[in-house]
Ligand binder design. Structure first.
Ligand code: ZN
Length: 182
């Protein structure tokens, strides 16, 4: 592959790995028989994993960690969902562009997050974002965004078939158990 593409892929891998704890990465190395990594600084551990692991094993591992985070977001959002004031969806929101406010004060969080889902029914342009660190710095689909997704489904602003944002089979069946009509 061209050098530029290789380096941007590597950066994406580095970013995804940096979202994990050293302990989680060391466990992966133990399971996959990758030696000589104990006691490394996080930055060096990430480099070692990228160089020493089988790319398919690494992708499976990262995907499963990301799927776990998504379900954790779902569990939090499902618990928060009982408060009607928590998520306010802007009136003009649609399956193309949805803007919402997550008011965390009701659940003891100290601030309000503004959340945008843009072109959510177009897989090439789907973009989601929240103001929190998990979204801004780690690129993850945070519990605040999940709370907005659940509320938008409950209010019929969007349907599950239109949603082209983060999804796994486990998340989909959990959402359908909550909203059979979604
Ligand atoms: Zn967030």
């Amino acid at each position: 592959m061209p050098a530029a593409e290789e380096s941007s892929n590597k950066t994406a891998l580095e970013r995804r790995l940096s979202n994990l704890t050293v302990q989680t990465m060391e466990n992966f190395c133990t399971v996959k028989g990758i030696g000589g990594v104990s006691g490394l600084l996080k930055k060096d551990l990430i480099e070692a994993i990228i160089h020493l692991s089988n790319p398919e094993d690494l992708e499976d591992f990262l995907s499963s960690q990301e799927a776990d985070y998504l379900m954790e977001s779902f569990r939090k959002a499902a618990k928060w969902g009982k408060s009607d004031l928590l998520v306010r969806i802007a009136d003009k929101s649609s399956a193309r562009e949805l803007r919402a406010e997550f008011n965390g004060l009701d659940v003891g969080l100290r601030r309000v997050y503004y959340i945008d889902f843009v072109n959510i029914n177009d897989p090439r342009k789907a973009r989601t974002g929240c103001e929190c660190d998990d979204s801004q710095e780690r690129g993850l689909f945070c519990p605040h965004q999940m709370a907005v997704l659940l509320r938008a489904l409950a209010e019929g602003k969007i349907s599950l078939k239109d949603w082209k944002g983060p999804m796994t089979a486990e998340l989909k069946s959990s959402i359908l158990a909550m909203f059979p009509e979604a």
